[in-house]
Design a protein around this ligand. Sequence first.
Ligand code: GLU
Length: 479
Amino acid sequence: MEKRLRLAPSPTGLFHIGTARTALFNWLYAKKIGGKFLIRIEDTDSLRSKSKYTQNILEGLKWLGLSWDEEPVKQSDRISIHKTYIKKLLDCGAAYRCFTTEDEISQLRDEQKKNGLPPKHDNRHRNLSNKEIETFISQGKTSVIRFKIDEKIDITWVDQIRGEIKWKGKDLGGDLVLSRRSLGYEIGDPLYNLAVVVDDNFMNITHVVRGEDHISNTAKQILIYKALNFKLPTFSHTPLILNSEGKKLSKRDCVTSIDEFKEMGYLPEALTNYMAFLGWSPKSAEGEILSIDAISEIFDLSDINKAGAKFNWEKLNWINSQYIKNMETIKLSKIIQKYWDEMSWEPPSQEWAIKLVFLLRDSMTLLKDAIDQSEPFFLIPKILKEGKDFLENIESKASLKLILNYLKEQNTEKLDKDKAKEIISEISKTHKVKKGILMKSLRVAFFGCLSGPDLIQSWELFSESKSDMSRIERCLTTV
Ligand code: GLU
């Protein structure tokens, strides 16, 4: 039988890291077992669902490289089908109309709270006669449909991550509401637990992999599966992603949507690699830098941990820097070019751009670091205090003069690394100036301070962009 997994996001917000990690685990396992990865957009909450969020989720999945196999199913297209199943449950006596009003429900809750009891419906309308139903309806009362939950039953399943899970029917909050309120004999809009079962069955889902916050829903859904005579899938409940304080990662932790990670300059390959290890501990893996294709080969649901997974920025940053470092230079320079375009910075040639990227890549953690780090190559930087202090030293300015004169005399058109080294050695020897002073002075002229990337390689670039001499001259005339 074909193995089929799915992601069933509700488009009520931007694509969240937790949903992305669930998608990744589904995708990895589908690949591992030669199955299919499908999408169902659970957009039946018409007030909160927005098509822009659906768009955002699908674009985010694409960006992460998590392609899906069939046209996504839109849950809102299937409402009438959900209703036919609710009707079936009503007809066979597994569900019933409940006319309890909102006021009555809050009264019940208040009493339960007073007595230190958890909220639970008292199933007061489970056995209404047709006559009683008719009376309520003729009084204009609205009703929901409730699914009967046997208080005495134990619901047990073998979770692929957590092993055997047992849930008592009496702990499920009373009979389960399947639909929103409606008037007369209408069936109101179906709710999550009913729709998810009907749709997972329709899509022939064989493995449900979702967050641990759905464990109690699974207990309820198993009862609906059984009542509708549907084949049960296997269930796996993944651990939550926690913040540094051990609480569920939320919007308060600043960055949670995939767009934000993208904007901050994380590479999709790095993010998926990091997310895979967020709660998954493989028995055997060579290192932690692995593509999703390589991970899918060794991935197993049973290697997912039960405990929550702490989000670790340092590790994510390290993984990102490794991907930047190891990416093909041409590919990386195309990505970085976009950042330069945003700043309206134009490299003098493509070759120059590639050399600059090659020079900076090892010190980059995030893609957007390329902006700060390449700025002095496009714009003349301010001379900072440490640079000015250094130039106070007579030897420093004298060194710059020597270098400038050399360049003018030699009329060096295109200076490469070897030539640059040669110039430093020659001047140092001829004029008895320490190489260190020459290089530091030059660094101040180029970068305005005493730090920055490799000086010789940088010089080659400044020479190519014809700004090495002007930078030196500026120091001699203005500082
Ligand atoms: N729409 C639900 C959610 O986003 C789906 C849960 C499930 O996978 O069944 O949490």
